[in-house]
Design a protein around this ligand. Sequence first.
Ligand code: ZN
Length: 112
Amino acid sequence: MAEAACVRIRGTETVFNPRVVSFMIRYECDRCGAGLRANDPQRYIVKIEIYAAAGPAEISDDDLRGNAGSVEELVTELARADPDEIEDQVYRCFRLDLCDQCRKALIAKPLG
Ligand SMILES: [Zn+2]
């Protein structure tokens, strides 16, 4: 008899059987679209982080003296900027699923 994916219901919350659900979840390679299972030995996870190399700006009292106009301009510019664009400039991370063939291609030539 097959194990049920949904093992019990608590109030209105459905509780899933992780052993069964892990076999049911389908992934696909983010590079070529090949189908992959959750526990597939041919499935690889790639994490990419892109962040600004510069550390946080250090602003001293001397910097602020006589430069209040520049600081005000910067604050106005930031208030008008697209938050997603600002975030892209500072930090972005990606999580990708790859098949074995695409993993090998990535390792051979990471920047394509
Ligand atoms: Zn692939």
